[in-house]
Ligand binder design. Structure first.
Ligand code: SF4
Length: 408
């Protein structure tokens, strides 16, 4: 896979050495057991896959190169480039400004843009409406485009099945930048609807099976379907794609549920299911899959707690947290600064959208085993800083350098 020129501040010699060696030993990516790092009484089990993915490295390389090559020009990002506070604040400190916040609220008016301004499209991609808006302002919308190719693959799939008269069901968070972009691209080809979870899928299936009165659909799915969507016509032939960072297992379960509803309602044998249900399995992003499978692999090992590192508004990180929470006390932190002491930490409760201060997160026992992973937009340097801080709580920070040397 292509390698990118990512600023050295985001790299970690320790993590790079570990990833390199694990890759050499397991070229086919079949081994999802974690890497064991020993710091006296503390054992850290590091997930087999975590951190920057292809799309994030690609976006960072383009954005930083654009800043370097365009001194004196005004540079804007449509919104946060990726959901990581450090990367975004590094770009802001280099003079880049955000046109919108992550929910799409305008921070800088469109009218203030000039044709010579540079506007970078983030890794999530953007809507066709925003592309048209930039064009109308004399700005080439795709000149500085960091949209991840794996997101574009979802758009292509939506276009392809839309061209065969399938309605597209997008499994995603309706307000997330990527889902808004995918919805926009998909609806330009075919009727499209967003479902955010299994609960909404059950409701949608009630309309597929014609069990729920059609009129209720428009209120129930308000803001989530394309203009002109006709619930009596557009749910009889469908395909499911996803926001690439959703839980892969949830997307699969949603696709299976919809498939079953269609199959039962139209009484289709297996060999005729394609008449009404499109196969879209090849749209899952490799990084989401690898990172989530690595968490499952890590959770097979006995441990006391899990720490997940990433931006609090990062969708893929919150799904890693969700997986860990099923088994262990789990703490979602954005950086090592949140580890106040061996007794206290600040961590994010993404269910209630609040940062909490908790004590007693490290158990009072002789030997502690801690699982550690990070989201696809989290620099490895932050994960190393977390490891250093934790080892430092035991007076063993020097062992981090020895560990890095051993892996190099
Ligand atoms: S998580 Fe996947 S789709 Fe999203 S930016 Fe990374 S590689 Fe691209």
């Amino acid at each position: 896979m292509k390698t990118f020129n990512v600023p050295i501040i985001y790299r970690s010699p320790l993590i790079s050495a570990i990833k390199q060696q694990r890759k050499q030993q397991d070229k086919m990516k079949k081994d999802f057991t974690p890497t064991r790092l020993e710091f006296g009484p503390l054992t850290i089990l590091l997930a087999r896959h975590f951190g920057f993915c292809y799309g994030v490295e690609n976006a960072i390389e383009i954005a930083f190169r654009t800043v370097e090559e365009n001194e004196g020009k005004r540079i804007f990002l449509l919104s946060e480039m990726i959901h990581n506070p450090q990367v975004n604040s590094d770009l802001l400190s280099r003079g880049v400004r955000f046109l919108m916040d992550t929910s799409g609220k305008q921070l800088i008016p469109w009218e203030s843009l000039q044709p010579e301004d540079i506007v970078i499209i983030p890794a999530f991609g953007t809507t066709l409406e925003i592309e048209a808006r930039l064009e109308s302002l004399g700005i080439a919308p795709l000149k500085y485009n960091t949209t991840c190719p794996f997101v574009e693959r979802v758009w292509n799939k939506a276009e392809q099945i839309g061209g065969k008269d399938y309605t597209v069901i997008v499994h995603g968070k309706p307000k997330h930048e990527e889902t808004r972009a995918t919805f926009s691209h998909s609806r330009s080809h075919t009727p499209t609807i967003v479902v955010k979870d299994m609960e909404q899928t059950h409701r949608l299936a009630a309309y597929i099976r014609e069990e729920a009165p059609a009129e209720g659909f428009y209120e129930e799915f308000k803001g989530q379907y394309s203009e002109g969507f006709d619930v009596t016509k557009h749910l009889g032939r469908v395909g499911v794609v996803n926001q690439t960072t959703m839980l892969a297992s949830e997307t699969q379960a949603i696709a299976d549920y919809v498939r079953q509803a269609i199959q039962e309602h139209y009484q289709l044998p297996d060999d005729r299911i394609a008449e009404r249900f499109a196969d879209t399995r090849d749209t899952l992003c490799y990084a989401t899959n690898d990172n989530q499978t690595a968490v499952t692999g890590m959770l097979n090992v006995e441990a006391d707690l899990a720490i997940v590192v990433g931006g609090y508004n990062s969708s893929n990180t919150s799904h890693l947290v969700e997986l860990c929470e099923e088994k262990l006390p789990t703490y979602f932190i954005s950086s090592e600064e949140k580890l106040i002491s061996p007794k206290e930490l600040l961590h994010y409760d993404f269910h209630n959208h609040e940062e909490l201060r908790s004590s007693g997160y490290l158990p009072q026992k002789e030997n502690i085993t801690l699982l550690l992973t990070s989201g696809a937009s989290c620099p490895d340097a932050i994960v190393e800083a977390v490891i250093r801080k934790l080892a430092g709580f035991f007076g063993l920070e020097h062992l981090v350098d020895e560990t890095a040397a051993a892996w190099a």
